[in-house]
Write a protein that binds this ligand. Structure first.
Ligand code: PMP
Length: 399
């Protein structure tokens, strides 16, 4: 009966890691997946995570099921991390927060909620965006459409195009916004531009849906990177937000994150949470506890939180240092070209403008693994390898 099942194509991002593993070259570089590596290109477990795990082991905690909505201390820490502990929305109980399976699972539960309670609403996603957004919304039965975002001429934000596209969206649509460190472009709106985006959302009754997967990686500061959702909350705009601890706490495989709806009153938040729980119950019943406890330990203790901030700055600082060295190497090689985009882009990635054929060449000839959209994960690069990367011929053009 299953003869008709066709082979699915490899995933555009995780498929790159699979190909990387098969490559036996000593030069190989995995700049595909956005996963932080040390300067020695080794995976990194944060000290605060190790400490939290030691405390957890000593406390000899059990493995009973969590409630469907997740660990209470985790949910409190997570909304506070996003909006600040003094947020009126938190104090007034106006947030429906459900612990979910990292950023992806949180987006997926949010998408299922939209499919169910906003029937017919399309989700507007940026062009380009993270490869999985389209899958997630399509899989939940939500039609996705694109809004302009990136201008290849300026290698910056096409703000006029973005606003025009959002203005043309039907009232009641959903607009997916990268909270900070836009993936893959590394180009974020300025605070003034966020104000205008908020204006359009209000005027057109759009539901902003923030995807916050890189809090801490744009500026190095967890607080500064939460500017956009904090600003929307301060304006009293209702929105959804998916948060992930994969990158900023390095908890990739623990699948720890949350989907929240910031609403106008507590009664609405209670109703929305009850429906989010209903969706989660049918999909995975209740979330995993280990990563949630780590987050509660780290964010719940002043001393650990301060240490985390330091480690966060260290990670984002290392990526910035790599940006600088890559920029210097390219400048040495081709001083007449304007390479400043490499320094201007923020977050884990560099959006190079390489064509799919050039990306293939980088992989096939130079063992540099990257996604076909021309995105390089600088989190997987070190200073020593910047020259090798810059020398790889087809990387020397931004078109
Ligand atoms: N959103 C964006 C924009 C991302 O880049 C990622 C991770 N690559 C995610 C969400 C979710 O990742 P995770 O499911 O590991 O939290």
């Amino acid at each position: 009966r299953l003869e008709g099942v066709e082979m699915a194509p490899p995933d555009p991002i995780l498929g790159v890691s699979e190909a990387f593993k098969r490559d036996t070259s000593g030069d190989k570089l995995n700049l595909g997946v956005g996963a932080y590596r040390t300067e020695e290109l080794q995976p990194f477990v944060l000290n605060v995570v190790r400490k939290a795990e030691e405390r957890m082991l000593a406390a000899n905690e059990n493995k009973e099921y969590l409630p469907i909505e997740g660990l209470a201390a985790f949910r409190k820490a997570t909304v506070e991390l996003l909006l600040g502990a003094d947020s009126p929305a938190i104090k007034e109980g106006r947030i429906a927060c459900l612990q979910s399976l990292s950023g992806t699972g949180s987006l997926r539960i949010g998408a299922a909620f939209i499919a169910k309670f906003m029937p017919g609403a399309a989700a507007y996603i940026s062009r380009p965006t993270w490869g999985n957004h389209k899958n997630i919304f399509a899989d939940a039965g939500v039609e996705w459409k694109e809004y302009s975002y990136f201008d290849p001429e300026t290698i910056g934000l096409d703000f006029g195009g973005m606003v025009a596209d959002l203005q043309a969206a039907p009232e009641g649509s959903v607009v997916v916004l990268h909270g900070c460190a836009h993936n893959p472009t590394g180009v974020d709106p300025t605070p003034e531009q966020w104000e205008q985006i908020a204006d359009v959302c209000v005027a057109k009754k759009l539901l902003p849906f923030f995807d916050v997967a890189y809090q801490g990686f744009a500026t190095g500061s967890l607080d500064a990177d939460a500017f956009a959702p904090r600003y929307f909350a301060q304006r009293g705009i209702e929105f959804a937000v998916a948060q992930s601890y994969s990158k900023n706490l390095g908890l990739y495989a623990e699948r720890v994150g949350a989907i929240s709806f910031v609403l106008s009153d507590k009664e609405a938040a209670d109703r929305v949470l009850s429906q989010l729980k209903r969706i989660a119950r049918a999909v995975y019943s209740n979330p995993p506890i280990h990563g949630a406890r780590i987050v509660s330990e780290v964010v719940g203790s002043e001393e650990m939180f301060a240490e985390w901030k330091g480690e966060m700055e260290e990670m984002s600082g290392r990526i910035k240092a790599v940006r600088q060295v890559l920029f210097d190497e390219l400048n040495k090689l081709e001083p007449n070209k304007d390479w400043s985009f490499i320094l201007k882009q923020v977050g884990m990635f560099s959006f190079t403008g390489l064509s799919p054929a050039q990306c293939d060449h980088m992989t096939n000839k130079w063992h540099v693994y990257m996604t076909k959209d021309g995105r390089l994960s600088l989190a997987g690069l070190n200073k020593a390898k910047c020259k090798y990367l810059a020398d790889a011929p087809s990387s020397n053009s931004h078109t």
